[in-house]
Design a protein around this ligand. Structure first.
Ligand code: HDE
Length: 715
């Protein structure tokens, strides 16, 4: 592609170079067996006579089939569906007052990263546009060792204690009797669990919002969620929460689009990430920190150790400290994206955990799960997982040991090995856990400071704008409409009413139900032993902040159309004078201009030039594009009018509130669609307009002022 940029040579070179010895390039190489034997026939097995039985002796056949039989490994129990890329993290300013971590002190470093985005509930082959949380896992290959920041695209989690995680996941996964539904939360068992576990309501309302159906991985925020610690060289700790802010803004598709994209291109997000990087349009996120002195731990109306609570940016501003750029696609999906193992316990000096009981459980789970997924304690020796810091210890043997440890000793202390590998002092950079004072009873219980379930979902809902709120109501109605047990639906309605009564009423109307005044069993039943239940009933929602701007996904400015996919609907005879300036203006802003024609190959413009067709109309869909442009040219427009799918294409773009531009004769196509009746009053429909106005509308992502009209469009 002409716009392809060469990835900067230095940025991720440390990891890139470390991976080089493992890369295998078959170019100009003969086909061999695993042992390097050259092969002259890989199509026919060894037989006793040309039509006789196959011989057991045929080791070529057996090696090939045997390897094939074992090609698959267990998929991740959660986050099975994912896509990843390499990149680099650069620090803007050193923050030694907060942490001694090298990555946060040396602005000259280009720390290599590998980032995997994922959905949570679906299997490895499930569609990308599921309504779901997205995983946002970042592996930093720092000079002091690997640090994994294993986060999500929402700032809070469903549950407060790791003990409930298997229950949460079992409830959302396909129901065990029929293994239905795949990659969907809209089913009875999930809502049975959610309605009985009010701690889930905050993350749940985020999942009902547009955040759960992103336009692109490149247009999502990321959050470390838990409170972590940063520790400086003097041993002073601060609490910290991590945020990733995308340079392209936060954008989503509509639910109608999501459902259709899942059919038209189930790999939509994976393709989008790959294509953008391939085209040199490297996605970027800034890293932000919310930093809280230890002394302020109890100054908030919620508990910092509670992962179902966010810290509003109005209370603790996000300090931007660096930037991450993804600039290289993996060479091999399995070797890198599938085998990468993220562990919250991969940590570097200067960082530490907090006592968040959800985080604490994760500290066990991730190493454990790699053993069943990757099959060996040596999974950290897989190239993508290896640290760029040197590794020497007395861990030995196990399945698939890839290294050859030299010497007589595999124990410490020793004299026979010269005392090596030797210990490092804290002053010289060894890891040290924060010396937190611990004083308490051994107790299996939930802190009462965690029992506020309604204040933050309500804050989130209040902070949304009108179209975001409308989408939330639609999502609840859709999801609960798929539940078949009225008592589950009603319990959910009650829970929603505790967040916002009008919202609950709106959803109830959609379901044809009433909002109940109370629920039985009590709101917070699934909290602990019976004698705890009464004590742990939540208070009514509190309003400690009327609104938090950062909770609306419009909070990040959006003025770029880079990588936006623009469909040009055209056939032979389209007007070159319309198309040329429009294409040039769009491409100048790095948008992707793609001709969708009645057939593949090329089409001719009025100047007789051939133009490459990106897709024949029958092979693509409106939902895969961000905007539509139709150049004039009588012959072209007449051809488009003959195929109903072009009208559907335009109607869908209009329904999904996208920008549409048409020139000259193309207005006839608009008039043959629902756009015709509304084109005069719509701020994102342009007839014979200037490219700049169209570009501005695309940069706004959608014209949601059109939302009510859009509802009436029957496609
Ligand atoms: Fe995970 N989670 N999780 N999770 N998680 C896994 O580890 C788990 C949680 C997250 O792209 C698994 O290697 C427990 C919160 C991401 O490879 C597993 C609990 C957050 C990924 C696991 C949580 C996450 C995982 C499955 C509750 C956001 C994908 C495969 C205590 C902060 C990483 C694997 C990738 C993956 C366990 C809760 C994010 C089973 C027990 C909270 C992004 O270990």
């Amino acid at each position: 592609m002409s716009k392809k940029k060469t990835p900067p040579a230095a940025p991720n070179s440390a990891k890139n170079e470390a991976l080089e010895p493992y890369r295998k390039d078959p170019t100009d190489q003969p086909l061999t067996t695993n042992m390097g034997l050259k092969v002259n026939d890989t199509n026919n097995s060894l037989k006793s006579g040309i039509r006789g039985g196959t011989l057991l002796e045929d080791f070529l056949l057996r090696e090939k089939i045997n390897h094939f039989d074992h090609e698959r490994i267990p998929e991740r129990i959660v986050h099975a569906r994912g896509s990843a890329a390499h990149g680099v993290f650069e620090l803007y300013e050193a923050i030694p007052e907060f942490t001694k971590a090298g990555i946060f002190n040396d602005t000259s470093r280009k720390t290599p990263v590998f980032v995997r985005f994922s959905t949570v509930a679906g299997s490895k082959g499930s569609p990308d546009l599921a309504r779901d949380v997205r995983g946002f896992a970042v592996k930093f290959y720092t000079e002091e060792g690997v640090w994994d920041l294993v986060g999500n695209n929402m700032p809070i989690f469903f549950i407060q204690d790791a003990m409930k995680f298997p229950d949460l996941i079992h409830s959302v996964k396909p129901e065990p009797d029929r293994e239905i539904p795949q990659a969907q939360s809209a089913h009875d068992t999930f809502y049975d669990f959610v309605s009985l576990s009010p701690e889930t309501l905050h993350n749940h309302i985020w999942v009902m919002s547009d955040r759960a159906i992103p336009r692109s991985f490149r247009m999502m925020e990321g959050f470390g969620i838990h409170t972590f610690r940063m520790i400086n060289a003097e041993g002073v700790a601060h609490f910290v929460r991590f945020h990733w802010k995308p340079k392209l803004g936060v954008h989503s598709v509509t639910w109608d689009e999501a459902v259709k994209i899942n059919g038209a291109d189930p790999d939509f997000h994976r393709r989008d990430l790959w294509d953008a990087i391939d085209a040199g349009q490297f996605p970027e996120w800034e890293l932000g920190l919310q930093i809280i002195p230890e002394a302020d731990e109890h100054k908030f109306p919620f508990d910092l150790l509670d992962a179902t609570k966010l810290i509003p940016e109005e209370m603790v501003p996000v300090k931007i400290v660096g930037k991450m750029t993804l600039n290289r696609n993996p060479d091999n999906f399995f070797a890198e994206t599938e085998q990468v193992a993220f562990l919250p316990t991969h940590l570097v000096p200067g960082l530490d955990f907090s006592n968040d009981p959800l985080l604490q459980g994760r500290l066990f789970s991730y190493r454990d799960t790699q053993l069943s997924r990757l099959g060996s304690v040596n999974f950290e020796q897989i190239p993508i997982n290896q640290s760029i810091a040197a590794v020497h210890n007395n861990q030995r043997d196990g399945h698939m040991q890839m290294q050859i440890p030299k010497g007589k000793t595999a124990y410490f202390p020793n004299t026979l090995g010269g005392g090596c590998p030797f210990l490092t002092s804290i002053a010289d950079g060894a890891f040290e856990s924060f010396t937190e004072r611990i004083d308490g009873h051994k107790i299996r219980a939930r802190s009462e400071s965690f029992v506020d379930y309604f204040s933050q979902p309500a804050l989130f809902y209040r902070s949304l704008n009108d179209w975001e709120k409308a989408h939330v109501a639609d999502a609840y109605t859709f999801e609960l409409g798929k539940c078949t047990y009225p008592h589950v639906q009603q319990r959910m309605l009650f829970m929603i009413s505790q967040i916002d009564e009008a919202l609950a009423k709106q959803v109830a109307d959609g379901l044809g139900l009433e909002v109940p005044d109370s629920v039985d069993p009590p709101v917070n039943q699934a909290i602990g032993p019976d004698d705890e239940v009464e004590k742990m009933q939540p208070r009514e929602k509190q309003v400690y902040l009327e609104k938090s701007d950062a909770l609306s996904q419009t909070h990040l400015p959006s003025n770029s159309i880079a990588t936006r996919q623009i469909a040009v609907l055209a056939a032979d005879g389209f007007d070159a004078d319309d198309f040329g300036p429009m294409r040039d203006a769009l491409e100048k802003e790095n948008a992707m201009v793609k001709i969708v024609a009645p057939h593949g190959g090329t089409i001719k413009c009025t100047k007789g030039h051939d133009h490459e067709v990106f897709a024949a109309i029958m092979t693509t869909e409106s939902v895969l594009f961000d905007a539509v442009y139709i150049p004039g040219g009588q012959k072209s427009v007449d051809a488009l009018l003959k195929q109903a799918k072009y009208k559907k294409f335009v109607n869908e773009a209009f329904k999904h509130c996208k920008a549409i531009a048409a020139d000259g004769a193309a207005v006839k196509l608009l008039d043959a669609t629902h756009v015709g009746d509304h084109k005069k009053d719509d701020k994102a429909v342009f007839v014979d307009g200037k490219p700049q106005a169209f570009i501005k509308a695309i940069a706004q992502h959608r014209n949601f002022d059109r939302m009510e009209v859009a509802k009436m469009i029957p496609v």
